[in-house]
Every structure is written in C-alpha cells, then in structure tokens.
Design a protein around this ligand. Structure first.
Ligand code: GLN
Length: 501
C-alpha cells in the first residue's frame, strides 16, 4: 500500500507543489485504498473512479503549464451524500432519492472543483442526516475503522470513517445537531461546524434549515483549516449566508498559541452521564492548555439542560416541512404509478416505501408540533429555550474567549446497541446541540483513547470567531500528538490492519 495515504493534506500539498508526486498518483493511491478496505468499512455509497482521475489529470496539466494553483489542488476528498454534485448519484442515505442525479452542483462542490480538490465519491450517512450512528442509512451501516463492530457516529459516519481508514485525507460533513463533531469524536478525527451562515448551504439537502451547516473534516487541525478556507464565504444563492470575510482560520492553525487565553469549561456539559475515560481525557487536555499559558475557569450555562428537548421540537418541525418536497413527482423513487391511482395515492405510497423509520418518526413529531393548537406549546416554547441558550452563550463569551467540553458522553458504541432506543441515541448529541441552536462555531478534535477507542474534545467559539477554534485546537493537538505517539493521526487503526489492509 502506498505511503501516500498516510500523509496529511498539508504534506500532500507540499509534495504536489514541488512536483515530487502527481495528483494522479495521489488519487490512485486513495482509490486503491478504497478498493482494499471499503468492503469492511462501507464509508462510500458511490466511488467516482473515472471522474476523480480526470479531475486529477486536469490539475496535473494545469500545474505542468505553470498555472497558479491553490494549496489543495490535487488533494482527494470524500463528499457527504447530502451535497448535490452534478451528474453524480445523490441519495442523502434515503431510498426516496435512489437514482437521482442532480442537474447542478452545490456551491461547496463548485468551490472544491475550482480549488482543484479531487472528489473521490459520496459518503454514507443516516437518512436525511437524522441519526448519530449511520445505522439509519437505507444503504447499510458504516463500520468504525477502530473497531468494525462499532458505529462510527452519525449522521456523517461515512465521511469520518473514510478519514480514519485513510481512504481520503479530507472530507465534507454537515452538522445540524452534531453530525460533523460526533463522528469526528468517535473516529479520532477532526471536524468543524463553522458559524451558521459561514459556509453556503446552496445545493445541500435541507434537514432543519435554521440549524444546518456544512463544514470541513480531516485528520489534522491544519488540514481542516485549509479545507475550511476553500469552502467558506458569502454566496448570493443562500439567503442565510453571512456577507463578511471568513475568519483567518489557516493563520490561526499555524499560530497554535493559547498564551493568555481564557477558556471556560461548561459546567452543564461534563460530570454525570459522561464515561470516566472520556472525562479523564478531557481533564488531561485542560491540563495541557493550562500548561501552555491559558487560564481555565468553570462557566455555567443553565439553559443547556433544555437543549436536547428544544432541538427535538425545532429540528423535526423544520424537517417535516422540508421533506414535503419528496412527493414522488420531482425526484428519484415513484411507487404505485400504474395509471389506476390518484397523484395523492402515489405520493403516499412513495413516501411510505421511500422513507425509513426514523425519518417517519421525525415527520410525524414535527407535523404534530406545528399543528394548530399545539404550535405555541411546543414549537413556540422550543424557540424561547433557543433564545435562552443563545443568551447563555453571550454571557459566557463576555468573560471567556472559548468554551470547552467533551464532544460526546461516550466512546463509539456497538452496532445495534441503541438502534431501538431513539432517546438513548439522541443523548449522543447532548453536548453538541446547544452550539447549533445558537449558531456559534465549534470543533471536535481527538483527545486520546479510552480502552483503545477515540475520545473527542470540543472547543466552542463565538459566531464569526471560528479562528479561535483553530488557535486552541492546533495548540492542543501538538501536545497530544507527542503524548499519544501520533497514533491518532499517522497510523492505520488496528482493526483495519486486522481486516487485511
Ligand atoms: N444526531 C442528530 C439528529 O439525529 C444530529 C444530526 C445532524 O447533525 N445532522 O438529529
């Protein structure tokens, strides 16, 4: 197996620029890796072998001509199947979109192409991004490369597993309540949910529009920053996109310095309910930050206790409305259209056959919460909680520069353990959800292992201060890599080796 797969995007970028290696060689090495390990991992729903090699050849030709290329030109990437890519199957993990090939590309996809990033294919996810384990995909579960009997997190488990299995150095995720950060935590990778409005959502299948945000995933903090800078920025096609310069995330990742920074530990996001191994890695990381010159203090955000409940009213409500567009007329699947049935019957048969259990559960919940007579009690109350949580953040950020917590209460759990207990599954996102409700920015990075499985450390920054995530993340990563012998970023996880790869 080519050593190229173990390189970071930043290292590949340097070798490509020096012409020590071609984009085609780098791309081929990752396609070979996918061919070898993806049967065991199932990170990809679709691998675009020809398209990827053609993109790589274009980059090589441009470089040969001496064209000025961006830092990620020729570096491969795995794309979450929630983003539309022209002509490429886009399912969002759902049967209802089977066979759909979008006639256009998402703004993020266009930006990646312009930057010369090579898109290897589409990654597996929970159906319509609803879930925390990838078990809700209509196309089978993704296995965690650290232990193939465990889930890789969700909904972006495919993107995170692709990174952890060294099938790609970069990936794109989307995060409505934790779907970038929770899989990052459970696979020992880095994931960032940018400030709401920092990255365009045009061409991203909508789940809960007031919470959804696209973001970068990688194995190192610097790689994540390089990708963040490529995909971020204002877009006229997304009305929620912020018209302001992207925070200097790459410069921050390179500076990696926390001296004099004030870091707040969120009281409500630690202690009870968090596994001891998770808490131990969290405390060790705090100690490192302290030794690097940051001051650490405890901060209380009392309304976070209601975050999960508010999220499970707001997200399903918005989803019930967004998913109305899957009506058997416009996309993919159509069931029962034999000439004998009304449009309404075909619609209902298609939705019954095309949506999975969790998606149906959310549509029913959301429709109920929005119905006349219940709207104020449920949706209205949830929106009030959302305001209180936003105020908790504002108060906290008036005294500290960033907030921190463990990303998830537990390490990766066994496949099947929570699939019949929605509430237990929902609890995986207890520490990530408040961030989406307030629209602020957050990162998860690996803080070490607990019984051989990765633990995630979450950093939260105020809106449009995403650079602070990278400042703190990169400083912490430097010490952690030394402490853990680089196991989190440079070696293939044990079980992938055991799987014969
Ligand atoms: N796990 C959460 C949910 O099921 C968050 C999903 C997400 O961020 N897309 O809704």
């Amino acid at each position: 197996m080519s050593e190229l797969i173990y390189k970071s995007a930043a290292q590949l970028s340097e070798s490509l620029a020096k012409k020590e290696v071609s984009a085609r060689e780098v791309t081929q090495a990752h396609l070979d890796r996918i061919a070898k390990v993806d049967k065991a991992v199932h990170a990809f729903l679709f691998v675009d072998t020809e398209g990827a090699l053609a993109q790589a050849d274009q980059v090589d030709a441009a470089r040969a001509k001496g064209e000025n290329l961006g830092p990620l030109a020729g570096v491969p990437l795995a794309l979450k199947d929630i983003l539309a890519q022209e002509g490429i199957p886009t399912t969002c993990g759902s049967k209802i979109l089977a066979g759909w090939r979008p006639p256009y590309s998402a703004t993020v996809v266009k930006k990646l192409r312009t930057a010369g990033v090579v898109i290897l294919g589409k990654t597996n996810m929970d159906e319509f991004a609803m879930g925390s384990s990838t078990e809700n995909s209509a196309y089978g579960t993704t296995q965690n490369p650290w232990d193939l009997k465990r889930i890789p997190g969700g909904s972006g488990g495919g993107s995170a597993a692709a990174l952890a299995a060294f099938e790609a150095p970069l990936a794109i995720g989307s995060d409505t309540g934790g779907s970038i950060r929770q899989p990052a935590a459970l696979t020992g990778t880095v994931g960032v949910k940018p400030t709401y409005g920092g990255v365009s959502r045009y061409g991203v299948v909508a789940f809960s529009s007031s919470l959804d945000q696209v973001g970068p995933c990688a194995r190192t903090v610097l790689d994540t920053a390089l990708l963040h800078e490529v995909i971020a920025g204002h877009d006229d096609y997304d009305a929620t996109s912020i018209n302001a310069p992207t925070p200097p995330v790459v410069a921050a990742a390179k500076r990696a310095d926390v001296k004099g920074m004030k870091i707040g530990v969120v009281k409500e996001l630690s202690g009870d309910g968090y596994e001891s191994g998770v808490s131990e890695r969290f405390e060790e990381s705090l100690e490192i930050l302290r030794s690097q010159g940051a001051t650490i203090e405890m901060v209380s955000c009392p309304n976070f206790d209601y975050g999960l409940a508010a999220y499970y009213l707001i997200a399903p409500s918005e989803a019930s409305s967004n998913l109305a567009r899957f009506d058997a007329m416009r996309y993919g699947l159509r069931v029962g259209d034999d000439g004998s049935r009304s449009a309404e019957e075909v619609m209902s048969m298609t939705r019954a056959a095309g949506f999975g259990r969790e998606v149906k559960r959310r549509i029913i919940l959301g429709t109920y919460a929005l119905s006349a007579g219940y709207y104020d009690a449920y949706y209205g109350s949830a929106q009030k909680v959302r305001t209180l949580i936003t105020q908790d953040f504002a108060k906290a950020f008036s005294s500290v520069d960033v907030l921190v917590s463990p990303t998830t209460p537990t390490v990766a759990f066994p496949i099947g353990e929570k699939s019949n207990d929605p509430v237990a599954m929902y609890l995986s996102d207890v520490a990530t959800i408040p961030v989406n409700l307030a629209g602020v920015a957050a990162m998860s990075l690996p803080a070490g292992l607990s019984e051989g499985l990765p633990v995630g450390f979450q950093i939260i920054a105020p809106a449009m201060k995403d650079d602070r995530l990278y400042l703190v993340g990169a400083a912490l990563e430097r010490e952690l890599a030394a402490k853990w012998g680089g196991v989190l970023t440079t070696k293939a996880p044990k079980l992938i080796s055991a799987a014969g790869a």
